[in-house]
Every structure is written in structure tokens, then in C-alpha cells.
Design a protein around this ligand. Structure first.
Ligand code: NDP
Length: 243
């Protein structure tokens, strides 16, 4: 299977790429800036030692999205599984949240998911099936002070995914959401220590999630989820009690 993962150069996306490559999938990851991720190879390069293809792409730019898919298709054929993972935060209380901070987060987290899903769709229709997985957040369900933009974008992914599930279920395309709780990546490391402590107090398992634990859930949906669609799967140490 050819899998396309946005924001696969670090954090949860990188763990998903590693998990799926180890499972034998042909994996393409996008990286936005800096160097391509470890264990990757570039379009047209020898694969020696590389586990996955790395293509440069800012998901807020439709032309870059199209080019990245073209590169993935050239190397691996039509994308049959999509993991829309790239995401950002720009936290602030509503009273102080600028229009730019709101729309930038919506664009990177939600509009980009629409963009990559739409771009992946024709290949999946031709392949007579596909898997779309959208990485949302537990925040989509319970909200978070200082995250009106982020929570709205992550909740939007649920409506997006469930609508795709209804539109394309008859074509064997599944669409699901994975909703991580606090997970040990750069994004969580940016939170103040007292905030992390407070959040930990709400997690029955009493610890942060590891990116690999999110990755295993995504792999389950891709490899074993043939009869699962429109679902929201929390991977949050019990914080939301299944939501
Ligand atoms: P990181 O901040 O560690 O990584 C974010 C990734 O998204 C990076 O690869 C980054 O690329 C990429 N990215 C951001 N904006 C763009 C863009 N415009 N175009 C292309 N790539 C972009 O975050 P995590 O790994 O923690 O998060 C991954 C996903 O999981 C996100 O959607 C996040 O909202 C979600 N999540 C994370 C949780 C957590 O506690 N960590 C909890 C719940 C959900 P670059 O390296 O270039 O910046």
C-alpha cells in the first residue's frame, strides 16, 4: 500500500511513518522546512538504507500539495492511504486572539486536511478503496482555555472525516479520526510545566502518551480497519473516558 503522511519529519508523524514502513508499506512523508528526516530518501534517489520517501511540502500551499502527491505517485503509485497529521498551535485567550492566529491554525490544521483528502481521492477511487486518517486531538471534544482556534480546527476534522465516510463508503474508502491526548513531542514540550502537571492529573494512566502509541492505532486503522469508518478513536490514557 502507498501511504502519504503530512508532517512526517518529527513527532507523531515520524512515528507513524516508521511504524507503517516497518509494516511493509511504501511510505511518503512531507517535511516543510529544514533537512529531510532521518532514514528517508529523496525523489529519484537510490533507496539504500532509506525507509521512506521525503517530499518537501507546506500543506497550506495547494501547489506544493499537488507536487508532493505527484512525487509520491511517481515513486509508489497512487496513494491508497492518507494520514493528515501536520498541525500547529497558536495559543491565546479569545480576547487577545488575532484574526491571523485564528485563520492560520484553521488553514494548517483543517483546510489543509480538506486539501490533501481531495487530492488523494481520485487515486483511491481508481484503486477502488482507500483509508483516510485525520489526526485530531482530545481538545476537539472537551475544549481548552487558550485554544479556541486549535479546538475548532480539530473538531472540524471530525465533521470533515464523517462526511467523507458517508460520501465514499460505497467506494470502500474509510475515513476516521484519531484523537491523541497529551503526547510526548515538541508540541507538548512547548507547554508550561504547571500546565502539563495539571493535565497529567486528569489522565487515569498518569503519564503522557508516546508517539509510537498513536502510530500503532493509525496502523491498526490502515491494516485492520476495513469495517471501521466515521469513528473517532481516543488515544489519551483515559482522560476523556472514550468521549
Ligand atoms: P510537532 O509540533 O512535533 O510536529 C508537527 C508537524 O507538523 C511537523 O512535522 C511540522 O513540520 C508539521 N507542520 C506544521 N505545519 C505544517 C505545514 N504548514 N505544512 C507542512 N507541515 C507542517 O507536533 P506533534 O507531532 O505533537 O503533532 C502531530 C499532530 O498531532 C498535530 O496535528 C497535533 O495537533 C496532533 N496532536 C498532538 C498532541 C500532542 O500532545 N503532541 C495531542 C493531540 C494532537 P515542521 O517540522 O516543518 O514544523
Amino acid at each position: 500500500m502507498s501511504v502519504f503522511i503530512t508532517g512526517g519529519n518529527r513527532g507523531i508523524g515520524y512515528a507513524i511513518a516508521t511504524e507503517l514502513a516497518e509494516a511493509g508499506h511504501n511510505v511518503t512523508v512531507t517535511y516543510r522546512s529544514g533537512e529531510p528526516p532521518a532514514h528517508s530518501y529523496l525523489p529519484g534517489q537510490e533507496h539504500t538504507g532509506g525507509r521512506f520517501l521525503a517530499v518537501r511540502c507546506d500543506v497550506t500551499d495547494p501547489e506544493q500539495v499537488d507536487m508532493a502527491f505527484k512525487q509520491a505517485e511517481t515513486e509508489h503509485g497512487p496513494v491508497t492511504s492518507l494520514v493528515s497529521n501536520a498541525g500547529i498551535t497558536r495559543d491565546g485567550l479569545l480576547a487577545r486572539m488575532s484574526e491571523d492566529d485564528f485563520t492560520a491554525v484553521l488553514d494548517a490544521n483543517l483546510t489543509a486536511a480538506y486539501r490533501v483528502a481531495k487530492r488523494a481521492l481520485p487515486g483511491m477511487l481508481r484503486a477502488k478503496g482507500g483509508r483516510m486518517v485525520f489526526i485530531s486531538s482530545a481538545t476537539a471534544m472537551h475544549g481548552e482555555a487558550g485554544q479556541t482556534n486549535y479546538a475548532a480546527s480539530k473538531a472540524g476534522l471530525i465533521g470533515l472525516s464523517r462526511s467523507i465516510a458517508r460520501e465514499y463508503g460505497s467506494r470502500s474508502i474509510t475515513a476516521n479520526v484519531v484523537a491523541p491526548g497529551l503526547t510526548a513531542t515538541d508540541m507538548a514540550a512547548a507547554l508550561p510545566e504547571d500546565r502539563i502537571k495539571a493535565l497529567l492529573g486528569q489522565i487515569p494512566l498518569g503519564r503522557l502518551g508516546q508517539p509510537e502509541e498513536i502510530a500503532r492505532t493509525v496502523r491498526f486503522l490502515i491494516d485492520g480497519g476495513s469495517y471501521i469508518t466515521g469513528a473517532v478513536i481516543p488515544v489519551d490514557g483515559g482522560a476523556g473516558m472514550g468521549h
